[in-house]
Design a protein around this ligand. Structure first.
Ligand code: F6R
Length: 687
């Protein structure tokens, strides 16, 4: 999805080459999120002049365009603000015109880049058109720049933050945006990296709250009317309502602002190469960077939430977001899994004393034990990981479990009660459907738990408590290591919840022992890489369709495998619950249809074998994922992928890895760009 990157230097002299390179590098770090065009705005040669560059396609093409335009790269700026963007088209096709940044007018008085959606842009556009503005693009974003200009023209001495607040008050939807010189955010979040030559005085920034919202009551009601009728536009808020505090972190001992650089991004991966000091904005924060100072303002009055934002040190290392010796991020991430699941368990699972400690849940665990229902809510791969652990939750906790696709849950406006616990599972922590479902559950008073990879993401900030899965940055669009880490994190969650159940003691110990061995078993499976690659070339090349069959806990594995194959290799692949085969799908089976069947031993093995027999009887020649030396599949002609045996409820962790490899090699075999599959984005921040 769209990515934002901004770079501000204050009293740190930088030439245009440095500024443009910093912006381009920032954008290339965001490429993995998925996008179709890119653009940037930097200062021009004359005062108050802006140079914008926009191009359809990859960041490399934007780089070429800039080189062809030959701007004076030696021009130097003591202080400068540059903004840039990768766009994933939602309103309007990917064209240069629709690329961000967008402008208020021909002089670029206001330039804006934006991530998310403005749901009331049509009303705003109609209103601004009636005021004489001429729109140049099909985007929802353009109305932000024009709105800022309209308000500013009416009140030329308005403070920038007051103006930003007034603009944001009019916008509906979920968005993060950079207005040149200003940075307001309302989901998806923005991270600000700071680099100063001297140590910062304090490691926090004060938050300034509005006393009665930003607007006096009379204006606020006037605005509400505007939103409905779009008849006239608001007067800006009274600036006497704003207090202006000093941003203490960036002042020297004598109170003078010190040289500083600010890196603004949708994602810390674009910042880590410049600085490790970052600050995460919360929902509705407006960050205003002016003359080397960062101030945070709120649209709302102080509701008891924290009045500071901490400047944290991120632990991300540059090599974590580089491909290293691998050809693709997805491949790297598949091969990282023996370590990433250990990181998920580190400090939490004590296999010697058979104990699980999840610090992020400690305060809430007894409340969760008493809940009426556990509802898992997620999308895509994260939804599959929830399905994969449903059985173990039911078994260990005996709490009724529901697993919901976030979009469907919202479409149905499903009933949620105060004594429900709702678990939101998301790699990015930004998926719009999951986030909206979270807000829906919060409004209904349910306890909410996040199982999230990205620290500081919206879901991790908005949930009452949670578990970070600690899988490390996942850059490949197809989720792999996040799936296995979510799985492990949730199994540990189930183990924690059942700690007080004597009847589950033995079973819990068995699962913990199993978890202790999983990493080594992952390594064993990854040794199958070459044979899986050959198998893909031999059996699946030029096929039109593929069936994946699994039963019980292995049905989610089949679903996840089918999603990976579809999204990366564009081969139609359908996961079928093997018990359902006889109810229709069997009609597809013949000697030509490629089929993979998951047939590792568990309590449903005999039933799963029935499906296998049904396929064989129709001339099918399925490839079988089974345990090593299973006599059932000893015939020399049976194609097998042998995976080690583990505790039944963990077997899906092992079985999914060959399927990840199948999807990877299928895509590579087709010459496809594994890390950037068509029409997909890493963080799906639109509904
Ligand atoms: C598939 C994939 C997607 C995501 C889904 C949810 O490989 O990555 O299906 O799982 O978009 O994303 P998160 O987990 O970030 O909420």
């Amino acid at each position: 999805m769209c990515g934002i990157f901004g770079y501000i230097n204050y009293l740190v002299e930088r030439d245009r080459q440095f500024i443009i390179d910093t912006l381009l590098n920032g954008l290339s770090r965001l490429e993995y999120r998925g996008y179709d065009s890119a653009g940037m705005a930097v200062d021009g040669d004359k005062k108050n002049e802006v140079q914008a560059f926009k191009e359809v396609g990859k960041v490399a093409k934007l780089r070429e365009l800039i080189a062809e335009s030959k701007p004076d790269m030696t021009k130097s700026f003591e202080s400068h603000a540059g903004i840039s963007h990768t766009r994933w088209a939602t309103h309007g096709t990917p064209t240069r015109q629709n690329c961000h940044p967008h402008r208020s007018d021909a002089t670029w008085e206001f330039a804006v880049v934006h991530n998310g959606i403005i749901t009331n842009y049509k009303e705003l556009k109609a209103l601004l058109e009636s005021k004489g503005f001429r729109f140049e693009t099909e985007t929802d974003t353009e109305c932000i720049a024009k709105l800022a200009k309209y308000l500013y023209d009416q009140h030329p001495d308005i403070e920038f933050t007051v103006l930003a607040k007034a603009v944001i008050k009019e916008l509906e939807g979920a968005f993060g945006l950079l207005l040149k010189l200003s940075l307001p955010a309302r989901v998806p979040p923005l991270v600000i990296g700071v680099r100063t030559s001297k140590k910062m005085k304090v490691d926090f920034v004060d938050v300034e709250f509005s006393e009665e919202g930003a607007l006096p009551a009379e204006q606020a009601s006037q605005n509400a009317a505007i939103k409905k009728s779009s008849a006239s536009l608001l007067a800006p808020p009274d600036k006497s309502l704003l207090h202006r505090s000093q941003s203490r972190a960036f002042l020297s001992d004598d109170g003078i602002p010190q040289p500083a650089e600010f890196f603004l991004s949708s994602d810390p991966s674009a910042i880590v190469e410049h600085t490790k000091k970052v600050l995460y904005l919360e929902d509705d924060d407006i960050a205003h960077i002016h003359e080397g100072q960062l101030n945070i303002h709120r649209l709302t009055k102080n509701d008891g939430t924290s009045n500071v934002r901490t400047i944290q040190t991120i632990e991300l290392e540059l090599q974590e977001i580089m491909k290293g010796k691998f050809d693709h991020f997805m491949q790297k991430e598949i091969f990282e899994q023996p370590e990433s699941i250990v990181n998920t368990m580190r400090g939490r699972l004590d296999t010697v004393n058979k104990k699980v400690t999840l610090g992020g849940l400690r305060q809430y665990i007894s409340t969760i034990r008493r809940c009426r229902r556990l509802i898992f809510i997620a999308c895509g791969t994260s939804y599959h990981s929830c399905m994969a652990v449903r059985g173990v939750f039911e078994e260990l906790t005996e709490i009724p479990i529901a697993v919901e696709l976030a979009s469907d849950f919202l479409d149905r406006q499903a009933p949620v009660f105060r004594d429900d616990t709702c678990v939101f599972v998301s790699q990015s922590g930004e998926t719009a459907d999951s986030l909206m479902a979270l807000r829906y559950c919060l409004e209904r008073g349910a306890l909410t738990v996040g199982v999230v990879n990205v620290v500081g993401s919206s879901i991790s900030l908005l949930t009452h408590c949670g578990v970070h899965i600690n899988a490390g940055p996942e850059i490949g669009v197809a989720s792999t290591k996040a799936y296995t880490s979510q799985f492990v994190a949730m199994v540990m969650f189930a183990l924690s919840l059942s700690e007080d159940r004597a009847s589950k003691h033995q079973r819990r110990e068995e699962i913990m022992e199993g978890l202790g061995k999983i990493s080594e078993q992952f390594r064993e499976i990854l040794k199958l890489n070459d044979s899986i690659k050959d198998m893909c070339a031999k059996f699946f090349k030029d096929q039109k369709s593929l069936l994946l069959l699994g039963r019980g806990a292995q049905f989610p594995t089949a679903l996840e495998g089918a999603l990976k194959i579809k999204e990366i290799s564009y081969l139609h692949c359908e996961a079928v619950m093997s018990g359902e085969l006889k109810h229709g799908v069997l009609a597809l089976v013949d000697e030509n249809l490629p089929i993979i069947m998951i047939l590792t031993r568990d309590n449903l093995f005999t039933k799963s074998l029935n499906a296998y027999q049904q396929v064989i009887a129709r001339g099918g020649r399925p490839i079988v994922i089974c345990n090593p030396d299973d006599p059932e599949f000893s015939a020399a002609q049976t194609e097998k992928i042998a995976v080690p045996k583990t505790v039944d409820c963990l077997q899906g962790l092992l079985n999914v890895i060959p399927l990840q490899l199948v999807s990877y090699w299928l895509a590579v075999g087709e010459g496809l760009n594994v890390d950037f599959p068509r029409n997909l984005a890493k963080s799906v921040t639109v509904e």
